[in-house]
Unconditional design. Structure first.
Length: 510
């Protein structure tokens, strides 16, 4: 056998690692877990509201504190995985995620629920960048890697489908905390099987983990998102101003520190790559446009249209089906046409679908809603899969954890901002509804906190008054949802145009 043939076989062995697809099947369990957890919360919100009785502000915090914390820690955890080992960090995080899920399930107050969701964010921050980085190191062949990323994205979408259906079944038969306990068997499989199947990988020369940078990124992201949330909810206030100043100052300091460190937590020079920056921006603004709407859509199906939890979960299936299908073929389509046409086209499709939802009313038929959700899923599936591939392909594999963390930070930061901005629009419009005559002030106050609160509070009123209160609250909620859909549509369409220019000339590896 010649030296060249030995080198060729060695190269093939390196590119096509044995057992890589089995390892991938375990990795996507973590993605499935995080997606299910995020989705079931929306379904459980009406039940959680009835039991814990959170205020409108507390309800928003329960919805978005997970994203706040996870966004603030993703870069740090991605960098930590590059240093101590991505497999090790994944298994530690998965164990913690399962344990904290129990705390979420048995929360007894809004404050405890908010703390439990924040802790879940700490654990969740270890999972997503680890999975993408391990995929980058498992699949060296570009086409195989595109397919693996497509499967990764498809499983995230499948989680969005499985979450409402399984969650709906549990909510109809058990208490709301049961939706968090479904994390435990998934975690057990991931930890036990992953320990054997997943190969370890890390940066061979990582340098020290800079704790001041960890603190600055956490404080910076949470400060900025908190400021946006306060501004959207209450207008210019001292708290919003303080949050903005602290957040911007911390992020500025973080960037300056990364540029001077010999082994930075995040290599800021990655953003000089136009394709990398364009893909990150597309991810962030896409999720911003979608997340606030998705958070409230489950409440619309249940509290406005009167669907049972399982039926509401099934009603959201078209979006997941579209995203799964598009994710699996996105790499092939992007190579056949172009990266920018697939990403920009996907974003435009989502934007147009959200624009259609501005016609929403209490009696909108399901065919229109289902069709809009299907197109949203297809567009998001194409965009997310291709941008993730671009981000991972733009960096050396030693920096895969940091690059994956940037991708996931954009995703989670977009989710936090989306719930903060669009959610605050829905809440602000909702809280302005006129209370019907004859409703006592204490019941009126409870009704203005949230739509779930209005439905519950109406139980103590005379039938005619209760019907009038709920109808007025539902109408205001739908008004807010329409406005939020319009804002989301505008964000997505502008992002589509930006992606067309920023991703010009960008190609996936052959």
């Amino acid at each position: 056998m010649t030296t060249d043939s030995i080198r060729t076989e060695s190269h093939i062995e390196g590119v096509r690692r044995p057992g890589r697809w089995l390892a991938l099947s375990v990795l996507v369990l973590a993605v499935l877990l995080v997606a299910v957890d995020a989705t079931v919360l929306g379904l459980a919100t009406p039940f959680l509201t009835e039991d814990l009785k959170p205020s409108g502000t507390q309800l928003l915090w329960i919805g978005d504190v997970y994203s706040f914390v996870i966004a603030g820690l993703l870069v740090s955890m991605g960098s930590l995985g590059d240093r101590i080992g991505r497999k090790k960090l994944l298994l530690i995080g998965a164990t913690a995620f399962g344990a904290v899920s129990v705390l979420n399930a048995y929360a007894t107050s809004p404050e405890m629920m908010i703390v439990a969701r924040a802790l879940l964010g700490v654990a969740g921050a270890t999972l997503m960048p680890s999975t993408l980085a391990l995929i980058r190191n498992l699949f060296h062949d570009a086409r195989e890697r595109s397919l693996a990323i497509g499967i990764w994205g498809a499983m995230a979408s499948a989680g969005a489908a499985v979450g409402p259906v399984v969650g709906g079944f549990l909510l109809e038969h058990f208490w709301w905390g049961s939706v968090f306990l479904i994390n435990l068997p998934v975690m057990a499989v991931l930890v036990l099987v992953g320990a054997k199947l997943i190969p370890e990988s890390k940066n061979p020369n990582p340098g020290p983990w800079d704790l001041p940078s960890v603190a600055l990124s956490l404080v910076g992201v949470i400060g900025v998102v908190y400021a946006v949330k306060e501004l959207a909810s209450h207008g210019p206030t001292l708290d919003a101003g303080a949050g903005a100043v602290i957040g911007v100052a911390a992020l500025t300091w973080f960037v300056r520190r990364q540029l001077t460190l010999p082994a930075p937590l995040l290599d800021m020079h990655l953003f000089r790559h136009r394709g990398f920056s364009g893909a990150v921006l597309a991810d962030l603004l896409t999720i911003l446009g979608l997340s606030g709407l998705v958070f409230f859509l489950s409440q619309f199906f249940q509290l406005v249209q009167g669907r049972q939890p399982l039926e509401a979960g099934l009603a959201e299936l078209p979006a997941a089906i579209g995203a799964v299908t598009a994710g699996l073929v996105a790499g092939v389509v992007a190579r056949r046409f172009s990266v920018r046409s697939v990403v920009a086209g996907g974003l435009a499709a989502v934007g147009i679908s959200l624009a259609v939802l501005t016609t929403l009313d209490q009696h909108t038929g399901y065919p229109l809603l289902g069709a809009a959700l299907l197109v949203v899923g297809v567009g998001a599936g194409f965009s997310f899969t291709v941008t993730a591939d671009v981000i991972l392909s733009s960096v050396p594999k030693e920096q895969a954890g940091a690059a994956s963390a940037v991708s996931e930070t954009a995703y989670e930061l977009g989710a936090a901002l989306g719930i903060a901005i669009l959610g605050s629009i829905v809440t602000g419009v909702y809280q302005s509804f006129t209370t019907p005559a004859g409703v006592p002030s204490d019941i009126a106050s409870a009704a203005h906190e949230s739509l779930g609160g209005a439905v519950e509070a109406s139980g103590g009123l005379a039938p005619e008054t209760a019907t009038a209160l709920v109808a007025s609250a539902q109408e205001a909620f739908v008004d807010g949802l329409r406005i939020a859909s319009g804002v989301g549509a505008a964000v997505l369409l502008v992002t589509a145009v930006a992606a067309w220019f920023l991703l010009r000339g960008q190609k996936l590896e052959k």
